[in-house]
Design a protein. Sequence first.
Lengths: 162, 374
Amino acid sequence: MGLVISFWILAAICILAALGVIFLRNVFRAALSLILCFLMVAGLYITLSADFLAAVQILVYVGAISVLIILAIMMTREVQRGSPSNRLQIPAFIVAILLLEVLVLTLLKTPWQIATTPPLAPTTTALATRLFGEGGFILPVEIAAVLILSAILGAIVLAREK
Amino acid sequence: MMALETNINNLVRLQAVPPDWPGGFWGHWVFFTVVIIGFVLTMVMGVIYIERRGMGRMQSRLGPNRTGPFGLLQPVADAIKVLLKENIVPTAADKLVHWLAPVVAFAPALMIFAVIPFQNGAMLADLNIGILYVVAISSVSTVGVFMAGWGSSNKYSLLGAMRNVAAVVSYEIPLVLAIVGVVLIAGSLSLNQIVLAQDIPFILLQPLGFFLFFAAGCAEINRSPFDLMEADSEIVAGFHTEYSGMKFAMFYLVEYAEAIAISAIITTLFLSGWRGPLLPPWLWFIIKVLLVFFAMVWTRTTLPRIRIDQLMAFSWKFLLPLAVINLLVTALEVLASPAGLPWVVVIINLAIMAILILLWSKFFFKLGWGRIEV
């Protein structure tokens, strides 16, 4: 019962915050709304007994990504008061509609399975085994990390003024 | 060996405070919430007194000594003064953000204490991911500082907030790497388990990790010599330039609550938390927290504030390489003796620390201090 109530509260705030990200004219407030949305998603993870994922969600999305978004807003002069005007509204609208359609279709078509086993108590051990154990995912994770690093280096090289 | 370990674990668990003490889930929750709020507020008063009197002593002056016996009531007088002051909000400020910022900054500082054990098992929530929770929650504080800096629409506030993000992003890495060394030895992320694993305090097993954590922790919470975000001589008061009255008091409270939080985490991770002979465990915990805080006051009065370029260089060219080496050495040691590290490791690690710090201090000059080009 408690879980259901908390789920609906979290979900409602999450969706309101997500709408705020789109509709708030003030970009800084939109970024703050995004942070609220991330926090609520972390709360949803907790209701699903995924405590490790919730902590990582806050650490990565609130602590790192949002902070960098806000830093970018602070560094940009035009963006601070309201959105800058551009002509990408209609293309963005079309892409967003397509994405929404794909998401809704996937949600409706997927046969959702509900696990019958109770959630694992210490999630960290299970995650570590999947990551570092036999046939674990360490190689894909490392490759992803190296890819991101090379992308960052590339971006710095391209953007650097000589 | 396994049987013996289970026996010891059972013994310790018998002495532990049960997870729903006193009186069920809600009783536990209410009791510990009140205890944590009371603890933080009392300790803030205490450490402000220690800091002001200690700094006075170290700088050959008296410090506040007029209010009450030995100036003990000075924090109370300060609190009343600050609460009675007028609350001024700049006209150009983003009112909502300006108003929310102190709350957003204060909540995480208080929430950290939820997982810190005051005694065996005496904590609000013994999370499996304890220390990860601390790292995650403390990163939310930055958002509060940002909101203050941006919402004030003041150049100095904005500069202070930007310096803050630069510091937090850089120092988070050595901070977390230093924690990982402790977690490797303890074999658990739960803070209570980490304390239980410290038959030898981890400050001896991880001396380099301790210093890295201390330096990076001081930088994270903007304490001198890393207080560039509120450097009075350069940017007035940084992100809280435009704050006054109650809201300024909140930021003042956050500053000291964070300092106590870092001291409590250092106590738990490196100084074997509540463990100690004779005195009751919670008293040991408080004594150790105050000792760590005293060390912070000591560094504050001893070292001059560093420049912004030196701040970055110190993190990336000094702390980060040492943290990586420390992690590598610790991992090798844990691999070599999985049953628990012997006393010999203490001497080895102390030697490694001394050599690394001496070598890297020389090497740091070669890397060009704060210069980007080498």
